[in-house]
Design a protein around this ligand. Structure first.
Ligand code: ATP
Ligand code: MG
Length: 406
């Protein structure tokens, strides 16, 4: 067995790794309570990667937690969660179990319990149901560590029961599989395949969050494949099937709305707006998708005009060129740096940069303010973008009189 040096051990102790969580646990223990780090942070620690956020669970009630710490924020007291602000903010949640379920998603009431084991038992997957003491001792009742070693996502207890208690867990399983590159354990997958219809009970807002987490993950293709093969996708409108393999090559370009644009391009007969509304996309997201689709439409002529390049922002052009190639098998002549170069070659980036303004136009034409100004500015924009006239005052004036005053 490999021995760790003292230095290595000290650097890797919770005290140094998660000082804020350590401080919270120490204080709770000093006051006579139990407290542990739980959930995703423990999972990521065992996987050897750094955690997003560190959550603490304790047998102290929310009120007891609030009395103990100077600065706390009520973030979800009805679920037993208090945010304790020390060096950082740490979510501290009282041991709890959820025992009455009516709508397959939201527990009717939260029951505080006194044992850690009961708290861990209500968690979704074995990898998420471990706890760590402040001295880094692992508490692992359900063999989460062994499952992590085997890269397996396995429900805690009976997966059929656990998914009927909360159907969101089915989608979480798939999302974690895409994020971690793990497989679903046989029974866990079978339970999803058999009970996939229960996903109807989950709000679309939550579904959207999970889909977007898949799109942001490192294994999008794997996640979307599971979404389909587990039968969950059947319960959602839109064509998730025909272009399934295309998700293997999906790139998000740092904008999650691109997931919706990619999905929209896969649709043959579905009305895009209806779909985006169904999935509760925001107006900004809908706008983004429309722009990408429009840019793809323009590309069907073989290339973009200078005005197309001017009109769409770089982000839209990059997504449209790549998605047209992936989904529609179009041979697009643009690489990302071509787009940047072409964008840079357009003399103006927006019509605000035109070297004349409304006042000057009124002077030239000797006419009062009116909608005609906007029209002329639009024409000037097009002429500048197309290289028919330079964006320079004297030349614009000459161009104006040639176009309008003959
Ligand atoms: P991430 O890194 O994505 O935040 P996480 O494991 O921390 O992963 P969260 O959604 O933040 O995931 O949830 C924290 C913990 O709460 C989980 O690790 C799990 O133990 C528990 N949990 C969350 N959602 C559920 C659920 N629907 N059913 C059961 N347990 C859940
Ligand atoms: Mg988390």
């Amino acid at each position: 067995m490999k021995r760790c040096t003292k230095e290595w051990r000290e650097n890797n102790m919770m005290k140094n790794r998660w000082p804020a969580a350590y401080q919270v646990i120490e204080k709770l223990e000093y006051a006579g309570f139990e407290a542990y780090v739980v959930g995703g942070a423990v999972r990521d620690f065992i996987r050897g990667v750094s955690a997003n956020d560190v959550d603490v669970t304790t047998n102290a009630t929310p009120n007891e937690v609030k009395q103990l710490f100077e600065h706390t924020i009520d973030v979800g007291i009805e679920h037993g969660t208090v945010l304790v602000v020390v060096k950082e903010s740490i979510e501290v949640t009282t041991f709890r179990s959820e025992d009455t379920y009516s709508d397959f998603r939201r527990p009717d009431n939260v029951m505080f319990v006194r044992s850690l084991q009961e708290d861990l038992q209500r968690r979704d997957f074995t990898m998420n149901a471990m706890a760590l003491t402040k001295n880094d001792e692992l508490i692992d009742y359900f063999d989460g560590r062994a499952d992590i070693k085997q890269k397996l996502i396995r429900a805690v207890g009976d997966p059929f029961k656990r998914f009927s208690e909360d159907a969101l867990r089915m989608l979480r399983a798939i999302r974690f599989s895409a994020q971690l590159d793990f497989s679903l354990h046989g029974n866990t997958l079978e339970a999803i395949e058999m009970q996939h219809k229960l996903i109807d009970r989950v709000s679309l807002e939550r579904v959207k969050v999970e889909l977007e987490k898949i799109w942001t993950s490192n294994h999008v293709g794997k996640g979307m494949h599971l979404f389909k093969t587990s039968k969950l996708a059947i319960n959602f409108p839109g064509d998730w099937k025909t272009y399934l393999d295309k998700w293997n090559r999906f790139l998000m370009f740092e904008n999650v709305a691109n997931g919706w644009a990619f999905f929209a391009l896969m649709q043959q007969s579905n009305d895009i707006n209806t779909l985006l509304n169904f999935y509760k996309c925001s107006n900004a997201e809908k706008m983004h998708v429309k722009q990408v689709l429009l840019a793809v439409e323009k590309l069907k002529k073989g290339h973009w005009t200078a005005y197309d390049i001017f009109q769409f922002n770089e982000e839209i052009l990059i997504a449209a060129a790549y998605y047209a190639e992936i989904i529609l098998d179009m041979n697009t002549p643009y690489e990302n740096n071509d787009i940047q170069r072409l964008k840079a070659a357009i003399p103006i980036a927006s019509s605000r940069e035109i070297a004349v303004n409304g006042n000057e136009l009124m002077e030239w034409k000797q006419e009062k303010r009116g909608p005609w100004i906007k029209e002329v500015l639009e024409k000037l924009t097009i002429a500048i973008v197309n290289g028919q006239v330079e964006n320079e005052r004297a030349q614009l004036k000459e161009w104006y009189f040639r176009e309008y005053d003959n």
